[in-house]
Design a protein around this ligand. Sequence first.
Ligand SMILES: CC(C)(COP(=O)(O)OP(=O)(O)OC[C@H]1O[C@@H](n2cnc3c(N)ncnc32)[C@H](O)[C@@H]1OP(=O)(O)O)[C@@H](O)C(=O)NCCC(=O)NCCS
Length: 428
Amino acid sequence: MLHLTDLRVILDYVPRFRDRIFVIALDGAVIADDNFTNLLRDVALLRSLRIEVVIVHGAGLQVRQLAAKQGLKLTNSDGTGITDLITLNASISAANRVTQDLIVGLAGHDLQTATGNFMVCHPCGILAGIDHQYSGRVERVNTPFLRTFLDHDIIPIIPPIGFDGENHLFRLNSDAVAVEIALSLQAAKLIFLGAHPPLRQGKTKLRQLNVADTELLLKKRRQEIQPGEALSKLENGIRAIKGGVQRVHIIDGRVQEGLLAEVFSNEGIGTLIHANEYQSIRPAMKKDLRSLYNLLQRGMERDELLKRTRAEVERMINDYFVFEVDRNPIACGAVHLYLDEQKAELASLYVDDRYENQGIGIKLIHYAEDLARSAGIRELFCLSTQAINFFVHKAGFQLAHPDQLPLNRKIIYDRSGRKSQVLVKKLL
Ligand SMILES: CC(C)(COP(=O)(O)OP(=O)(O)OC[C@H]1O[C@@H](n2cnc3c(N)ncnc32)[C@H](O)[C@@H]1OP(=O)(O)O)[C@@H](O)C(=O)NCCC(=O)NCCS
């Protein structure tokens, strides 16, 4: 969880997000939750950092509550099924109320808001032989109109009700609307806030997924994903990423400071979907030195990594590469070339504790192998004190003798006294 006292953490992110657009999709149940007032404050904080915000809201809970109060029979409450006239009218009343709650709440933080005809909608029509009546879908977003509001520091608030140009109203699904809005604005982030616990596959929390893995998971292991009510957010998230939105977050909107922790910390609290994991590995740069050295220091303190000074790392910075999550290095490695011996060392491999066992270590090794291969090297070696089995059983390395090290490296090996295990891997 983010400690808000650590303003430095937030400041690291500020230049990156300034003038970028975040589309925040709030489920009706989140707006009804006790944490809603905190969320409004968090939105105010985002705005104060010059992040553009668009809010798309749902009203499922409020529609159900209204129907229960008035004794109405609903055909569907979230705009994903059939909407008959009774359901449509209940949805319009409930959604209007929610929009007002948002306007009033944000006004309490001196934030200007607006609703308007930002989209043209059409009926969903007859799907699989079933007329969906007043359920609608977004046909087109009036992007320049929407941008006009953002340019004037006004937060657009978009309800799950749409209309065409001919006086017809439709019930929309707010998650689907949020995707269309995020796509039209090419948002930096689409953040779904639901009133459900974090997504899990069995017992494993789904923290970070690339789009291909998300698709595979939904196809092959759909029934293992919990909670089921968040599945549609994963599906909508895929659509957004494929359309060019950089990051999709799915978080529990009932968690205090959850939105800020998700945006301004590495670990986050929910699930992050992003385009392509391999792109998250890149060569280290001077500007990474602080975070890179912080990572390495943790490994050095536990004697997992050979001790190096910050100056040494800086001097060799071109050998290092980092694995980023949301543009923050959370793992690293280095490849040092010994061209005379036609060998390369995979060194300083370190994965932040919070990201262990997610396949990142293996990905970094593959990246290092590619680097070595492209330098014409056919043998990669590494030294380990505590991850020997990992290199042997997971990454195809073999135990070797220190005499197999390049001469210069052997001198450092002997001097260090760490008695690390030497491991080698032939590169094909
Ligand atoms: C070793 C390390 C890089 C692995 O990274 P990772 O991202 O957690 O590993 P992956 O997710 O790719 O692989 C996970 C698998 O490796 C196994 N594994 C992880 N660390 C291990 C270790 N130290 N010893 C044996 N097996 C290990 C896990 O049990 C898991 O096995 P499974 O697939 O059967 O469940 C990471 O734990 C680390 O940073 N360790 C401290 C630094 C270090 O020792 N570096 C090596 C010296 S250069």
